[in-house]
Structure formats: C-alpha cells, structure tokens
Design a protein around this ligand. Structure first.
Ligand SMILES: *Cc1c(COP(=O)(O)O)cnc(C)c1O
Length: 392
C-alpha cells in the first residue's frame, strides 16, 4: 500500500505519493524495472490471465504505476496514463475522443505542434476544426453546435499567456454534450486543479516542470471516470508506453516540484517587474502580474504560477535582437522550458494565429526564469539591452 495522503498539503504529497519502500527492500525510491516479458508464476494464472502487477512490459512496470498514481492523486483524476512525450499526450487524447464528422473547437493559442496535428491528421480524419479566441469565455456558446464533440483549452496560452475562463467554457460545453480537454502543462497538477474547473481530460507535458531538469521527454493524460472506458481502449490500442528510466526521472523530479515552482515563480516575478521598468519593453505577459489582463481569472482559478512568461518589445531590428541574444550568458537559447536553467527564445505569431482578436505588435520574446540568482539574471538582461541599444 502506498500512501495516498489526501488530507495533506500538496507540498507534502509530492514527497509521499507513488512510493512504497516496504515493497522494495526499504529502498526510498521505486526502483527501475526494465521489462518486456513478465513471467506468470504457474499455468493456472497464465490461463486466467491473472498477473501479479502487469501482463507485459508495454502495460507498465511498478515505476509506471507509481508515477501514474502520484499524478492522478495530485490532480484528483480517476485515471492517469503516460505517453512518450507531451505532444503525444495531446494527440492521443484527441484521437481517443474524436470520430469522423465531429467538430472540434480548438483554442487559437494552442501549442503550435498541436495545431499542426489538427490541420493535418485530424483534417484527414474528417474532423471540422474551428479555432477560437482564448479570451472567449462563455461566448464559446456562439461557436458550439450539436456536432461539437470537444472544446480544447490551453490556459494560459502558449507564447501569449492568455488565461481562459475554463469553468465558463466547461459549462457551455457540457450543456451541449461536448467534452473539455485542457493542456495543463503550465498549470501543472499542483497549480491548476483542472477537474475542479470542469475539465474532463487534463494533459501534461511532464517534459517541463515535473521532470524539471531538461533531460527527459514524457507526457501524461489524467481523466475522469466517465471518459475512462473510451479513452483506455484507444490508449491501449495505440501501443503507447513510457521508458522506465524516463519514468524514474519524472518521479524523482516530482519530489522537488513544489519548491522549484515556488522559486521559478518568485524569480519570474522579479524579472517581470524589472522588465516593466525598461524603456525597450512594451508589455510583460505574465498573469501573475497584478496589471495583466488575465490576472483576475488566474487569481480565481490557479494556486500559483511558474517561471515562464512573455515579453513584448516596443521595437527591434534583427540586428538588435541578435546583439541582445548573443550577449546573454545565463539565458540559454533553446526550446522547451521547466528545467532548472533560464532560457530565452523569440516567439513568432502572425503566421499561426487566425482567431485571436488582440495580438502583440512588437517583437515577442519568451523567457523561462530558472533557478539562478535573480540579480545575476537581471544583470545579464541589462547587458543584453546595452548591446541592443548600441545598434541603431
Ligand atoms: C512542450 C509542450 C508540449 C509538448 O510537450 P513535449 O514533451 O515537448 O512533446 C505540449 N503542450 C505545451 C503547452 C507545451 O509547452
């Protein structure tokens, strides 16, 4: 028996869930089992398909079940399944809930590779897709029809960080017989309790804050009891599984996630507040800032923020941006986020968005505030801006 600890704080539960030292010679962390074949103890059990824990490596090993249990319990889901990447978690959830002829309402600020999946694979499957403005809220009623099977949310949105009114959207969706799927990677199972806000399937790129060390690709799908039968069938049929070493790293990352998130959030706010004082900056896009348009909704529905936010510059030529980026020493230039290190990338928007009413006009950057000392990070950005301003 592992400790469920439902009545304890999340910061405690990340340290207790999905561990069973008594079953593992007292070892604190669940060991890594590499397995394809799993042997049955006798003929009768084989004939009855009665297996000790798992019938076959693809269906998981004790580490898989430990991580699934921890994620499920933290978010208050009925079930959890792991996928080899966050992108695959999203595509699997959509494949499990859509059929030809269905209509999908997809948020315009969705993670871009998901948009690519919609416009290629889902279109080929005869799914009709309508992109909607992330700030639509209850206005989603005007776009929904009796063909709408799914309303997909991602809050805050990728690159532009609009907070969605998920409860208002869920109310309309459920009244019309549609399910709500939500990419909750930014929220994490700690900071956005998706199932308390009407979500039916909550999706996570564990690659980000759960593993937290920029060394693992992994995804998870948490779901309610109502969607379990259909979802489980597709998940199994697709033959998905997660590698035991990656699962181990995710479980290990989970243990420190609560304190890491707290520090990422504090550093991001410090950087954001400093950036707001800079002449080069038009706007900082971070719902944890009190003057952000999404702040009220974030405060109502979220239990915390993290290190990822956007910065809109007033202007900037290619050469100025090049000087700025190439001067930075502590901010890595690379995609993904959620690791211990600070990152920065330029965000391209205009070519992808089709339904968002109000988009940033100036050059847009995405910053991930890592676990470095904030003063060092600010000094690095200041040097970057010096280089930026030295080019006219
Ligand atoms: C990174 C990311 C994904 C994809 O996760 P991978 O593990 O990189 O495939 C999905 N959704 C959001 C919001 C992300 O940021």
């Amino acid at each position: 028996m592992t400790k469920k600890s439902r009545n304890l704080e999340d910061r405690t539960r990340v340290t207790t869930l999905g561990r069973d030292p008594d079953a593992n010679f007292g070892v604190v962390n669940p060991p890594v089992y590499h397995a394809s074949t799993i042997l049955y103890p006798n003929f009768a059990d084989l004939m009855d398909f009665k297996y000790p824990a798992s019938p076959y490596g693809r269906m998981g090993t004790p580490g898989t079940f430990a991580l699934e249990e921890a994620l499920r319990e933290l978010e208050g889901a009925y079930g959890c399944r792991l996928t080899p990447s966050g992108q695959n978690a999203v595509t699997t959830a959509l494949l499990a809930t859509l059929k030809p002829g269905d209509h999908l309402l997809m948020v315009d600020s969705v993670y871009e590779p998901v948009r690519m999946f919609c416009d290629s694979v889902l279109k080929r499957m005869q799914i009709a897709i309508t992109y909607y403005d992330p700030t639509i809220g209850a206005g989603i009623a005007e776009l929904i029809s009796d063909k709408t099977a799914i309303v997909f949310c991602e809050s805050p949105g990728s690159l532009t960080f609009e907070v969605q009114d998920v409860p208002a959207i869920a109310k309309v969706a459920h009244e019309n017989g549609a399910l709500v799927l939500c990419d909750n990677t930014w929220g994490t199972p700690l900071h956005f309790k998706a199932f308390d806000h009407g979500v039916d399937i909550s999706i996570h790129a564990l690659t980000k804050y759960v593993t937290g060390h920029a060394d693992t690709m992994l995804g998870a799908i948490n779901y309610t009891k109502a969607v379990a039968p259909g979802f489980e069938k597709t998940y199994r049929a697709l033959g998905l599984c997660a590698g035991p070493d990656d699962v181990y790293l995710a479980l290990r990352g989970l243990r420190t996630m609560a304190v890491r998130l707290k520090q990422h959030q504090a550093t991001a706010l410090e950087l954001a507040t400093w950036l707001q004082t800079r002449d080069e900056v038009a706007r900082v896009l971070n719902p944890a800032l009190s003057d952000d348009p999404g702040h009220a909704l974030w405060k109502r529905d979220f239990l915390g923020a993290n290190g990822l936010f956007g910065v809109e510059l007033k202007s900037g030529t290619y050469e100025q941006l090049e000087a700025f980026f190439d001067t930075l020493e502590l901010f890595g230039m690379g995609f993904s986020w959620g690791g211990f290190e600070s990152l920065i990338v330029p965000s391209k928007l205009k070519t992808t968005r089709t339904a968002t009413q109000s988009l940033p006009e100036g050059p847009l950057l995405r910053i991930h505030a890592g676990l470095e000392d904030p003063a060092d990070l600010i000094a690095d950005l200041a040097r970057g801006f010096d280089a930026f301003n030295a080019i006219s």
